[in-house]
Design a protein around this ligand. Structure first.
Ligand code: NAI
Ligand code: MG
Length: 336
């Protein structure tokens, strides 16, 4: 039996995780779902966006299914609970696949995975001001261990998924110390994987080439901020936020979440696209070793996209519950 800890969070996070859970329940798996609190609504109730109880449960479950949280404006001492949770659980690898699906208006033949370092870099959280606020400083922390584990993760994932090429992305010509370290470790580790073609690319060139020839990339590995930006760019090539799923993986845990936020502009209107959360649940099943069930989810989503069964953001006219019903209907047909 799998113990899945669901953290819906705020806004459409609550709506889309409900859809993902419904889809998982349709798959004949032995899953026990438990629920926890996180985010701004949680802060209003408990004076913290991330209670200790949530961290403890996230640590002991088999996987976390997360929705999205709202960042409130200007509350002193407020912190991002999802960034903190990823750090506390040492979920160092953020995996964001971007694949072409049959949706009119988007790029074809794209099948790339961005592997983003998730715990250090410019998101180290080490910030200060000096000279009475005249000068603000954020420390970009890159460690040997941090580079080694993320680069190794990317190569191992490439090997497992039978992918042929890995591009490591940096800006070592300018950021000579931090990106220099990342680059030299990537060069070293690449020697261990002679069957995977390795290439390097500066981050600005990468931003351009992602638009120019996205079909030429396979696995991309990079530091935290670069990965954050490049993965948002990449998702717009193949369907946008409504489809973008992600995994956060560490040695002792894993958390799966749609890339999008809590979308207050559409929250409560029943029009949020559940595919990103459903595909995150699919990634969770891959992680748990339930690859056959994961494929069924993906097949069902693709079949629905082909028929144009989607929410407004992808050109469809169904609401979130209708899309979820269609996905479940197809799953039931595939399982038979
Ligand atoms: P957002 O991702 O919530 O929304 C951006 C735009 O995309 C909006 O127009 C929204 O309606 C649309 N959108 C997003 N997901 C969609 C879906 N599933 N279906 C249809 N349309 C969708 O980002 P935004 O507006 O910058 O931030 C809103 C709140 O979410 C903020 O408080 C922000 O801090 C938070 N946020 C949280 C994240 C997380 O929990 N991991 C990630 C990004 C933002
Ligand atoms: Mg982002």
């Amino acid at each position: 039996m799998y113990n899945i800890f669901v953290l819906p969070g705020d806004g459409i996070g609550i709506e889309v995780t409900q859809s993902a859970v419904r889809v998982l329940k349709a798959l004949d798996l032995d899953i026990k779902f438990s629920y926890g609190e996180i985010g701004y609504e949680c802060y209003k109730r408990h004076k913290t966006p991330l209670p200790d109880k949530t961290i403890d449960q996230a640590r002991t479950c088999d996987a976390v299914l997360f929705g999205a949280v709202t960042t409130p404006p200007n509350i002193e001492n407020y912190f991002s609970p999802i960034v903190k949770l990823r750090q506390d659980l040492q979920l160092y690898a953020n995996i964001r696949p971007n694949k072409s699906y049959p949706i009119p208006g988007f790029r074809e033949n794209v099948d790339l995975v961005i592997v983003r370092e998730n715990t250090e870099g410019l998101y180290s959280g080490v910030e200060r001001t000096e000279q009475s606020g005249e000068k603000a400083i954020t420390e970009r922390i890159i460690t040997n261990n941090g580079c080694e584990r993320i680069i190794r993760y990317a190569y191992e994932m490439a090997k497992k998924q039978n992918r042929k090429k890995l591009t490591y992305v940096h800006k070592a010509n300018i950021l000579r110390q931090t990106c220099g370290l990342f680059r030299s470790i990537a060069q070293e580790i690449s020697q261990e994987y002679p069957n995977i073609t390795t290439e390097e690319m500066l981050v600005d060139a990468m931003a351009m080439q992602l638009i120019n020839k996205p079909e030429s990339f396979d696995v991309i590995v990079t530091t935290n901020l670069f990965g954050d930006i490049l993965s948002d760019e990449a998702c717009m090539l193949v369907g946008g936020l409504g489809l973008a799923a992600s995994a956060n993986i560490g040695k002792a845990g894993a958390l799966f979440e749609p890339v999008h936020g809590s979308a207050p502009d559409i929250s409560g209107k029943n029009i949020a696209n559940p595919f990103a959360a459903i595909m995150s649940a699919k990634m969770m099943l891959d992680y748990l070793g339930e690859e056959n069930k994961a494929i069924i989810i993906e097949k069902s989503v693709v079949s629905n996209l082909k028929k144009g069964y989607s929410t407004k953001d992808l050109g469809g006219n169904l609401n979130i519950n209708q899309v979820t019903d269609k996905v479940i209907e197809k799953i039931q047909e595939l399982i038979k």
